[in-house]
Design a binder for this molecule. Structure first.
Ligand code: BGC
Length: 703
């Protein structure tokens, strides 16, 4: 790696290269798929509707149909040492929530392109990501795998991600469809969601991924309004295929089918991994529920039809053809040469995604501060998330190593019991790291000792800087106003500690912005109360397969009011607002001008304004455009994000920026008409650098 810094990553890389996916049109893919289907025996067709082992589809060698390797996903390629032929290494990228915090769609493209290239190097045809479930509950164990709380931000990141991934020839899988917003007994939860919330909050990112050309989608573990996702015909056939126009591969999440006949009728194509988990197989209440083992008897009994099986196989084949996988090998070892370039992307993503939450009396950057004492967790390693998302990385740089390289002798590792050393250090860096995972949720609170230690450092040393590595918001209320500075570091990948050190020392200027709201107390959250009364959080895997557990409902009672929409409506001040993030640089925004003050229904509105770096450091700012519908026939949020742009500016530099909005940006989902509608009236344009810091405002009228 050359470590050369750019303020804001802008697309260079493969611009101009023809994306490898789609390799042909839907019609052409259908023709070839039909031809293959017509040559297959019933037995062969049935074999294809389930995986051939945990991470492979079933191939039909006599017809040249390959068995394809599907692999996770979230923060880079998860190498499965138990499987043969694995790559030696893969890059550990920052987690997607950190990527989202960069608010940089070019970076999302590059991040996904890099992972797509590593998939090609590792013979992986289908990446089991990106994940895009909306952040509703801070306790969700998988928030680090997703892109935050706002459907507009998530959608823009996802469409770039899908294009970047598929440009390399690796299929992107949109997951987990739908309503998988907690991991608490995820196989036994029923997400009770209303239609407006589904359309306005929980599906726009899926729709954006579909429109960007994603060739695969994964269902979720939970039920949606009473039916398991992979068995849910209204959701798969109705919503996904008919309303959103998704024409490609739909797979189950691993071991999430209970009723084979329902799953076959739902619009699903592929049962993964294809065999029943032994925990369920040996349970008389469940037994063998794999689609391919059940299909012959279901066909014989007339409970499913051959045309249903054919539809599934056709969809799988069509996807393989459209990805070009009948005509080229998956594996391309030339991508093994690209690891350095991928490391650069991982580092840049951490630089742009790490968020400076507070910085009192310009405690940061640490310039000429004397000694620096390091305390807390993960001093020797890197903080990361677990489960299918786990990625080991290589050449990882620990916090201790990167800080030593920066501060040399001035850095020392201290003991929390050493009051004298804590008080006399030039600065304290307290690192707290969580390890979130799928299959269980985690408490909003940090461990009691961590909280005590941070408070103790803050009392003893006014220059205490707290670094939080976590996949979601955590309770910082007790010390947020006592720490000199707080950095939200997420899980920043194998070079994240380099990026963090650059920020601490002032060699990089932070520019990350929260893609989530961090509440003061979990009781403030729209999701509070999702755990059935009398039950408690658990950790570790066994409960994930707890068969004796009753199903329980999660009522999305807040409807569309998720994230800042909720806190603003309820007038609850969060600890840190959505979109918040500081820089070492000052910026101004000025000269707001709209192209019109009255627009027609099909007219676009252009919004111009100026942004200026008023200080003596280069820096980057993300301008955020929110729109407020001043009066509507339904309850609408105070404001909704409808545009953002991240700009790097040299000292004193000024730039004119432009947003363009149209009817869709003003609309809401009308449950009576079952469509998006706009209502005439007054709207306000709000531009700021955070959802709670609006700097420019102007109204216009929609005729
Ligand atoms: C996860 C999926 C993952 C799959 C395969 C499941 O436990 O929910 O996101 O892709 O395993 O590893």
């Amino acid at each position: 790696m050359n470590n050369s810094k750019v303020l804001v990553y802008t697309h260079r890389g493969s611009t101009g290269k023809k994306p490898l996916i789609p390799a042909c049109s839907f019609e052409e893919a259908t023709r070839r798929a039909e031809d293959l289907l017509s040559q297959m025996t019933l037995e062969e067709r049935i074999s294809m509707i389930g995986g051939s082992n945990s991470f492979y589809t079933t191939g039909i060698p006599r017809l040249g149909i390959p068995a394809l390797y599907l692999s996770d996903a979230t923060q880079g390629v998860h190498i499965r040492h138990e499987l043969p032929g694995q790559m030696e290494k893969s890059t550990a990228f920052p987690s997607p929530v950190c990527l989202a915090a960069s608010w940089n769609t070019d970076l999302a493209y590059a991040y996904a392109e890099a992972i797509g290239e590593e998939c090609r190097a590792g013979d992986i045809a289908i990446l089991l990501g990106p994940g895009m479930n909306i952040y509703r509950i801070a306790q969700n164990g998988r928030s680090f795998e997703y892109f935050g709380e706002d459907p507009f931000l998530v959608s823009r990141m996802i469409e770039s991600y899908v294009k970047g991934m598929q440009s390399t020839g690796t299929i992107a899988t949109l997951k987990h469809f739908l309503g998988n917003n907690t991991e608490y007994y995820r196989r036994w939860s029923n997400s009770v969601m209303d239609e407006r919330a589904i359309h306005e909050i929980y599906t726009p990112a899926f729709k954006a991924g579909i429109d960007a050309g994603a060739l695969a989608l994964m269902c979720s573990y939970n039920q949606i309004n009473g039916e398991y996702s992979a068995e849910n015909r209204p959701v798969i056939t109705g919503l996904l295929r008919e309303q959103f126009g998704f024409k490609w591969l739909v797979m189950s999440d691993w071991w999430s089918i209970w009723n084979p006949a329902k799953a076959i009728a739902s619009g699903l194509d592929l049962d993964m991994p294809g065999h029943t988990h032994e925990n369920f197989l040996n349970d008389p209440r469940i037994g063998d529920v794999s689609l391919k083992n059940n299909a012959p008897a279901l066909l014989a009994a007339g409970l499913v039809s051959e045309s249903q099986i054919n539809r599934m196989v056709l969809s799988i084949l069509r996807t393989i053809v459209a990805a070009g996988l009948l005509d080229r090998p998956v594996k391309d070892v030339k991508f093994l040469e690209r690891f350095d370039a991928h490391g650069e992307i991982a580092l840049q993503c951490a630089r742009e995604g790490i968020v400076l939450l507070t910085n009192r009396n310009a405690a940061l950057p640490l310039e000429n501060c004397g000694t620096v004492m390091l305390l807390g967790d993960q001093i020797k390693g890197i903080a990361g998330g677990n489960g299918a998302a786990a990625v080991e990385g290589f050449d990882t740089v620990s916090l201790r190593e990167s800080l030593t390289a920066q501060f040399g002798q001035a850095l020392f590792i201290g003991s929390i019991d050493d009051d004298e050393a804590i008080s006399s250090a030039g600065a304290i860096l307290y690192h707290c790291a969580t390890c979130d995972s799928e299959a269980w949720d985690h408490p909003f609170n940090l461990p009691v000792d961590t909280q005590k230690n941070i408070l103790r450092c803050c009392e003893l040393n006014p220059r205490t800087i707290v670094i939080v590595s976590a996949g979601s918001g955590r309770d910082m209320s007790a010390w947020a106003d006592k720490a000199a500075a707080i950095i939200y570091n997420w899980y920043p990948g194998q070079y994240g500690n380099i990026a963090l050190t650059e920020i601490l020392s002032g060699r990089s200027n932070p520019s990350g912005k929260l893609p989530i709201t961090i509440e003061r107390s979990f009781t403030d959250s729209p999701g509070f109360g999702y755990i059935p009364e009398g039950e408690e959080l658990y950790s570790d895997w066994p409960n994930d397969m707890n068969k004796s557990r009753e199903n329980y409902d999660i009522i999305y009672k807040e409807g569309i009011f998720v994230g800042y929409r909720w806190y603003e409506k309820r007038r609850i001040a969060p600890l840190f607002a959505f979109g918040h993030g500081l820089s070492y640089t000052g910026f101004t925004m000025s000269d707001l001008r709209l192209s019109d003050t009255i627009i027609g229904r099909n007219q676009l509105l252009t919004i111009h304004f100026r942004i200026t770096n008023t200080s003596s450091r280069p820096g980057a700012e993300t301008a955020q455009l929110y729109i407020c519908d001043c009066k509507a026939s339904v309850d609408r949020p105070h404001k909704e994000l409808k545009g953002f742009t991240k700009t790097g500016l040299e000292p004193g530099q000024s730039r004119e920026l432009t947003f363009t909005i149209g009817g869709q940006d003003l609309s809401f989902w009308d449950t009576a008409r079952k469509s998006w509608i706009t209502e005439p009236g007054e709207f306000r344009i709000l531009i700021g650098n955070s959802s709670d810091n609006i700097i420019l405002e102007q109204s216009f009228i929609l005729r």
